[in-house]
Every structure is written in structure tokens, then in C-alpha cells.
Design a protein around this ligand. Structure first.
Ligand SMILES: Cc1ncc(COP(=O)(O)O)c(C=O)c1O
Length: 401
């Protein structure tokens, strides 16, 4: 993609690039970075953002510049990508790693980069066994791999169920000379859409309490081989509950609480916007701003009340809900759109319906907001950060496979 300006023509960035294009509003991006840095500093918690949200070296470097102390990732392939292309050297691998090929790849990476620190989730004695065997085969020459014993809520995803199970996992890991227990982990985000809404605060708090109790049990049994130990929870939805429950639970010299929020940095016009709107006012929480916009042209207005825009499933997330029409651009002027919804998404087309279609003509450009940034970012290999005037500041790349 090229964004070079033809000096003879006073045309905007959006008139120079092929469409659709993914744009990041630079001011909102900086705002979110600063808001999360200030919030985590205020509560003396660390931030290891989940970088699977964007898998972009340029965005990670910004997060690092704003105080991130480690990079959270979900797969060994993502770790390799960020180690090799972004120079990442401290990783929370927030997942079980049990397949021999994954363990071998992780060992290769640690061997190639001796200064690389990786901490991996582990949630069962079976997983400890698989890791021990895999590391004996592929990494006998390497020092022990740090593991975070993961606790999980009943009916949820991964994670040992209950303190006794967590202690058994830690015992097994501590007994392996290839593993070193460095703390406890969990992910309260799996509870975000589970059970009755009214019960959620209590259920989330009880689960976070399990994490705290598990870590105390491991510390008491002298199973944690690192000070300060790590206690890590936290996505971009229920992170205030994590801070409320855990930030002051331990002496910070003994235990560091680490948030792994990922979507906060890009926020959205859907899932995370609603979660934020449901948070109490005046609680000193960051107010994140939506960063992502997908722009495409009106290709056709084939009948009254219907407009077809060149933005489709290939370009914007639709796993939670379709993209949201925000603004029209015509002759360099932007106008807010209203009374418009996306009725249907094809691979490369959005069908817009409603009275607002009267404001659309062939050749207009339409900006869409999205819901769930992870599932939009992974559709793009590159995107543009723009300034307040809409001029391009930097092209970023993503490393999705
Ligand atoms: C284990 C884990 N940690 C952290 C996160 C980050 O949460 P969010 O995407 O809400 O920022 C996720 C997201 O899926 C996750 O699965």
C-alpha cells in the first residue's frame, strides 16, 4: 500500500490509498495507552498487555514505552513472531503448552535468545507431565521454564478447579527439574458472559479470591521459586474487579499483581464500549476511546433504502455484531451518519439499510467502527495510524500467520 502524496493534487490520505483500509486514530491510541499506564501506576499493578489483540510490533513498542513490563501472547507461534520481529524478551504465554512440537519450538527460541524469559500457564498434573517430557527431549540443556499455575472457574475454560488441585499441579511442577513455579494465573474474562448478570460481581470476586487463596497456599507450602511471585489476571472488561480484589491483597515485595488487558489499547464501538458504559461513574477508571475505523466506498445504491459499501467479512469483525456505520466522507467533508444499520455482511460487501441510506451516494466513503478489536486486527497485514486531521502518521504491520 502507498500513501505518498502527489504534490500537484490536494487530495486526502483516504483518496490516495486503495480501499478498504484499516485506520487507527492516533490521538485515541495515545489516550488509551496513557490512561492504562496511569491506572496501573495508581494501583501499583504491572501491565503485561495481551498482544494477540493486534500482534503488531509498532503497537507493542508503544505499549512498552507506556510502561508494559512483559508481553502476553497465546501461542508459541505468536511468541516467535514477537521475539523475532519486535525484540520482545519477557513473555507471559497465557496458555497451556503441551504439544511436543510447541515445546520444541519454545526450546529453540530460548536457545537462540538466551536473554528471553518466558512464563507459561499450566493447569494440570497431566500438563506438567507433558511439559516435563517435551522439555527433557528438546531442552535438556536449558534452565527451568517458569510456570504460572492456572486456576479456572467451574464451567469456564482452562485452569485447575479449586485450591487443592492448584496445589497438586504446583507440587508436580516443583518436583520437575525442568519447571519452576513462579506464581498463579487466571482469566476472569471467561465469566463475562456466563450465568446471570446480577450474580456476576459475586461470582467473579469468588473466582479471584480462589486465585489469591491458591497463591497463599503455594507460598505457604514453599512451592513458589521466585520473589516477588506473580499473580496475574485481567482482561479489558472485568479488570476493575481484579484490581479491587487483588491489588492490595499481598505485600508488593512478595507478590506482583500483573494485568494482561489487551483490547483496552484499541477499545471499540461494541463489546468493550458496552462493558465500559456499564462501569460505575466516578470510580477513577480509565475511559478508553475507540481507535479502529474501517473505511470503504459506497459501491452501489441499487434501490431506495439500501446502500452497498465495499467493506465485508474480510475486513471487519462480525463475531459479536456487525460493524457500525459512523461517518460519511464526501468532497473532503465528514458527516456523522444516523439511522443506518448493517443488515448483512458478505465477504467484501456490507448491505446498509435504513432511512440514513438517503445520505449516501456512489463514491462516498464510509467509516465503520467495529466490535471486538482482536477479530478485526487479524484480518489485516498493515494499517495506518492517522493524526487528528486524518493525515497518515505511521504505517503499522501485523504478524498474523
Ligand atoms: C488468558 C487471557 N488473558 C488475557 C486476555 C485479554 O483480555 P481482553 O481481550 O479482554 O483484553 C485474554 C483474552 O482473550 C485471555 O484469553
Amino acid at each position: 500500500m502507498t500513501a505518498s502524496r502527489d504534490p500537484a493534487v490536494d487530495e486526502s490520505f483516504l483518496d490516495r490509498v486503495p480501499l478498504p483500509v484499516l485506520v487507527l486514530r492516533g490521538q485515541a491510541l495515545e489516550h488509551n495507552l496513557a490512561a492504562m499506564r496511569d491506572y496501573s501506576r495508581r494501583h501499583d499493578v504491572e501491565l503485561a498487555p495481551h498482544v494477540k489483540t493486534h500482534l503488531s510490533p509498532q503497537l507493542w513498542r508503544r505499549q512498552e514505552a507506556y510502561g508494559a513490563t512483559a508481553c502476553t501472547l497465546a501461542t508459541v507461534a505468536q511468541v516467535r513472531a514477537m521475539v523475532e520481529h519486535a525484540g520482545v524478551r519477557r513473555v507471559l504465554l497465557a496458555n497451556e503448552v503441551v504439544a511436543p512440537g510447541d515445546l520444541a519450538a519454545l526450546c529453540r527460541l530460548r536457545r537462540e535468545h538466551p536473554d528471553l524469559e518466558v512464563m507459561v500457564f499450566v493447569d494440570s498434573t497431566a500438563a506438567v507431565g507433558a511439559m516435563d517430557r517435551g522439555l527433557a527431549r528438546s531442552g535438556a540443556d536449558l534452565g527451568p521454564l517458569g510456570v504460572l499455575v492456572e486456576v479456572g472457574p467451574s464451567g469456564g475454560r482452562t485452569g485447575a478447579r479449586g485450591v487443592d488441585e492448584a496445589r497438586a499441579v504446583a507440587r508436580a511442577a516443583a518436583a520437575s527439574e525442568r519447571l519452576q513455579v513462579v506464581g498463579v494465573s487466571g482469566y476472569e474474562g471467561v465469566l463475562a458472559s456466563q450465568g446471570a448478570v446480577a450474580d456476576r460481581p459475586r461470582v467473579v470476586d469468588a473466582y479471584l479470591g480462589d486465585g489469591e487463596t491458591a497463591l497463599r497456599a503455594l507460598l505457604d507450602a514453599d512451592l513458589v521459586d521466585r520473589r516477588p511471585a506473580i499473580l496475574t489476571f485481567g482482561g479489558s472488561d472485568l479488570y476493575p474487579a481484579v484490581v479491587a480484589r487483588l491489588a492490595d491483597a499481598f505485600d508488593p515485595d512478595d507478590v506482583r499483581v500483573v494485568l494482561r488487558s489487551g483490547c483496552y489499547v484499541l477499545h471499540d464501538h461494541g463489546l468493550y464500549a458496552r462493558a465500559q458504559a456499564a462501569m460505575p461513574d466516578g470510580a477513577g477508571l480509565p475511559v478508553f476511546e475507540p481507535v479502529l475505523e474501517v473505511w470503504g466506498p459506497v459501491l452501489s445504491v441499487p434501490e431506495p433504502g439500501r446502500a452497498v459499501v465495499g467493506v465485508g467479512k474480510r475486513d471487519a469483525s462480525y463475531d459479536v455484531e456487525p460493524p457500525v456505520p459512523l461517518r460519511r466522507r464526501r468532497d473532503g467533508q465528514e458527516t456523522a451518519l444516523a439511522e443506518l444499520t448493517v443488515e448483512r455482511l458478505f465477504d467484501q460487501h456490507a448491505i446498509l439499510v435504513g432511512a440514513g441510506t438517503r445520505a449516501l451516494a456512489v463514491g462516498d466513503l464510509v467509516a465503520f467502527g467495529i466490535s471486538h478489536p482482536c477479530a478485526t486486527m487479524d484480518r489485516w497485514r498493515s494499517a495506518w495510524i492517522v493524526d487528528a486531521a486524518g493525515d497518515p502518521v505511521e504505517e503499522i504491520v501485523t504478524l498474523f500467520g
